[in-house]
Design a protein around this ligand. Structure first.
Ligand code: XIL
Length: 404
């Protein structure tokens, strides 16, 4: 595959993640991706976690392997040169299991083989965003799409309309009619470019405000709330076969008095109206960036999936990771809690028939956005440690997929 090595991207100041606005962020810090990796590498106390997780992982009972190999065609396991994987377990149950990947991760030669072995769906984490496409064209994302197709993986398109990582010329100085034309052109061209290659699109990402109403974006300000319906309409016209998602965070769970339930209600209300108005929306993506010390109850997540399903929508987990930094206890204990969070949430979702599958926001702690400078690391949010050894969390996901 061709993944360009010079693709160093600066940390975009606009890359804010609103849920965590109040958490530590390094203002004005700009580092290249190569520096990120170095930085994360230095921060992650590799050997300790690696050894602990490997130890813990290896003590897992082997029936997972046996069960999976019984249900997976020999050609599959031969092709991948392994006997068990999340991919095999998911495919045995007709599920999609995916990971985010961006081009810089592939500079680490350990990344691609594990990605292709474990997952049947790939989400480009960066390369399809408007700002990137505007700056660099489709080449970088095309390379990821080719890699996916070479390994019989599907591709989730992420994301067409988002308040951040926009081209610099898309701003509030722009007259409304120009913005509308630019949005139309962007969606039409990108969706048409990937027609037949991308099975689903996050058409609108994070449009609901954390506190009330819709997020105050340039789109809302200039085009009014109709921009959301218009974006879905444009995407649908450009690829009538693509599954179109509204995607958001802290919108996972219904029915509690926590802030995430109030945001979940607002997302529900938004998509309910879109459906009622006949807008071509097909699914809701629950990002699922969780903190193991404070996260929604699995039964509340299931209730949310059910009410969305009752609108005729599908639901997927689209960006799951589970931070453990602020948990009490030893690292092994914290990894055990992380395993339980992954298991409980995924097992609850899998019971719902409208639930399509899970995408994790990366799979190895060696490459997680959580550890990017100015975010919340160092942490160990994913399924494999930074030495590509499966963590307890991996076996938690495996157990959930196998219905154990
Ligand atoms: C993140 C990428 O993973 C980072 O590399 C980048 O610096 C910022 O964006 N929700 C989303 C994703 O919908 O697009 C974000 O991806 C993570 C949060």
């Amino acid at each position: 595959m061709e993944i360009s090595k010079d693709a160093l991207r600066p940390l975009n100041e606009a890359d804010s993640l609103t849920r965590h606005e109040t958490e530590s962020r390094v203002p004005g810090k700009r580092l290249s991706r190569r520096q990120y990796i170095k930085y994360a590498g230095a921060l992650v106390a590799g050997a300790a976690v690696g050894a602990a997780a490997t130890y813990y992982g290896l003590r897992e009972p082997s029936p997972a392997t046996q069960t999976v190999t019984q249900t997976v065609p020999a050609t599959f396991t031969e092709t991948l040169g392994c006997t068990a994987s999340l991919r095999a377990a998911a495919e045995a149950n007709g599920l999609l299991i995916g990971s985010e990947a961006d081009e810089t991760s592939f500079e680490d030669t350990r990344f691609a083989p594990v990605l292709a072995r474990e997952f049947n769906s790939l989400t480009p984490g960066w390369e399809m965003k408007w700002g990137q496409v505007d700056r660099r064209g489709y080449g970088p994302a095309d390379a990821l799409v080719k890699l996916a197709s070479d390994h019989q993986m599907k591709v989730r398109g992420h994301c067409l309309i988002w308040h951040t990582n926009l081209p610099a010329w898309v701003n509030s100085q722009m007259p409304a009619d120009e913005l509308r034309l630019a949005m139309q052109k962007h969606i039409r061209e990108e969706v048409a470019h990937y027609r037949g290659k991308v099975y689903a699109w996050d058409v609108v990402n994070e449009a609901v405000d954390d506190r009330e109403g819709l997020r105050k974006t340039v789109f809302l300000e200039k085009l009014g709330e109709g921009y959301i319906a218009e974006a879905f309409q444009l995407a649908h016209e450009s690829d009538p076969d693509a599954l179109l998602f509204y995607n958001d965070y802290d919108a996972e769970a219904a029915g509690s008095d926590r802030y995430w339930s109030r945001k979940s209600d607002r997302v529900y209300e938004l998509v309910r109206k879109l459906v009622a108005d006949g807008v071509p929306i097909h699914a809701v993506g629950l990002q699922m960036h969780l903190m193991a010390w404070d996260y929604p109850k699995p039964e509340d997540i299931a209730a949310n999936v059910r009410r969305l399903a009752a609108l005729g929508l599908k639901v997927a987990i689209t960006e799951m990771d589970v931070r453990i930094k602020d948990l009490p206890g030893s690292l092994l204990e914290r990894l055990g809690v992380q395993r339980r969070v992954y298991y409980d949430v995924i097992a609850a979702c899998l019971k719902e028939s409208a639930f399509m599958g899970i995408t994790f926001w990366g799979f190895t702690d060696a490459h997680s956005w959580i550890n990017e400078p100015g975010r919340w690391g160092p942490d160990y949010p994913l399924l494999f440690d930074e030495n590509y050894q499966p963590k307890p969390a991996y076996w938690g996901v495996m157990d959930a997929l196998l219905g154990r």
